[in-house]
Design a binder for this molecule. Structure first.
Ligand code: AGP
Length: 370
């Protein structure tokens, strides 16, 4: 068993550490040698079909849904196609408007999630094209989809998804760029800039992992609380939702993720002395706004921990109690880095509380019932 875990205490920790390799493997062969374009041979849509897409629905469950929230922003900003992201168990029952020029993207690590598979079938019944992002070659979802982008994260054993999620983000970046190339929504320079920055991500994750110990200390402090909040704006809010789910599922600590600007519309009433508020502050154009929300919670006694870009310590640091810097990348790519500290935080919190990290209570790795 120890051998399977490659020297790590748990599968989750091993899988967190496999992310740099998962990123490299997911990008490999899909970026041209000159670093100027993305080639997704597995996407068999013709250029005409890609140009005819009028909207995209991203459908998934749990962590894969959270990857889809990032995917929405990525595709909208790169390819300028309107995207809606839905939880699969809700999608079918809201009578979604699926037309033949809708591209439905289903995201699933296992490729066997019942609700996601049902959403895929609903999409096909309505003559939409279905593209799957999945980690399991030959899974039910991979077999039924028209196009499949495989995330080469390798087998994920821990119930809490880590490397599958972050590899799904890489898949969305590749897809967003590919759609942008075909539709001509980005210049060559803009595409090259994103690709260059993507290539740095594996090494940047390695740098975060080298500091794993600092998250252990924070996690021990966090594990003494029974309630906490994650806040952020834009892509930071999408990652906050993933951070909150991760913490809930393995540490059993209640947390909520909030768009930072929504606090004052109700949730601020829950902020009291000492409550931890984990703030993601990586989106430069939203810094000021998020910092003003941080001041609101601090004024009510919250203990604010921030995940921010290296280089922003002076600006962000003076408004928060503790700051964890992540390497600087393009704003759109930040989720592929900022999620890593949150994974480590959940892992260490679960451990500090003596829970079964890899097999949390009440949960299954693959949910094959609706
Ligand atoms: C992730 O940590 C969860 N265990 C869960 O939300 C999971 O992501 C969800 O059940 C979807 O699974 P899938 O990716 O295999 O479809």
């Amino acid at each position: 068993v120890t051998a399977e875990k490659a020297g790590f205490d748990h599968f989750m920790l091993k899988e967190i550490h496999e992310q740099p390799q998962a990123y490299r493997d997911t990008m490999m062969g899909r970026i041209s040698e000159d670093g100027k374009s993305v080639d997704l041979k597995e996407v068999e849509m013709t250029d005409e079909q890609i140009k005819a897409i009028s909207k995209i629905h991203i459908v998934a469950c749990g962590t894969a849904y959270h990857a889809g929230l990032v995917g929405k922003t990525v595709i909208e900003s790169l390819a300028r196609i309107p995207v809606e992201t839905d939880v699969a168990s809700e999608y079918r029952y809201r009578s979604p408007i699926i037309t033949p020029d809708t591209l439905v993207i289903v995201v699933s690590q296992s490729g066997e999630t019942a609700d996601t598979l049902a959403a895929l079938r609903e999409a096909k019944r309505n003559d939409a094209r279905v593209l799957a992002i999945t980690n399991v070659v030959g899974s039910s979802i991979a077999r039924d989809a028209d196009d499949v982008i495989t995330t080469w994260a390798g087998p994920e054993i821990a119930v809490a998804s880590t490397k599958a999620y972050s590899s799904q983000l890489i898949a969305f970046y590749l897809l967003g760029l590919y759609l942008a190339q075909v539709r001509g929504t980005k210049t060559q320079d803009e595409i090259t800039e994103v690709i260059d920055a993507m290539k740095q991500l594996p090494e940047q994750v390695e740098r975060i992992l080298e500091q794993s110990d600092i998250y252990k200390q924070v996690a021990e402090a966090v594990s003494k609380h029974s309630n906490l909040f994650f806040i952020g704006r834009g892509l930071d809010f999408a990652v906050a939702q993933e951070g909150s789910l991760k913490l809930k599922e393995i540490s059993y600590i209640h947390s909520e993720a909030y768009p930072a600007g929504e606090l004052k519309h109700g949730t601020l009433a829950l902020i009291e002395e000492g409550i931890p508020v984990i703030s993601l502050v990586t989106q430069e154009e939203l810094y000021e706004k998020t910092l003003s929300n941080i001041k609101e919670v601090k004024a009510r006694g919250a203990h604010v921990l921030a995940i921010a870009n290296a280089g922003s310590e002076a600006e962000v640091g003076r408004s928060v109690d503790e700051l964890f810097a992540i390497p600087k990348t393009l704003p759109i790519l930040t989720p592929a880095l900022s999620v890593v500290p949150l994974q480590l935080l959940s892992y260490h919190a679960s451990l500090a509380l003596g829970h079964d990290v890899d097999k949390p209570r009440n949960l299954a790795k693959s949910v094959t019932v609706e």
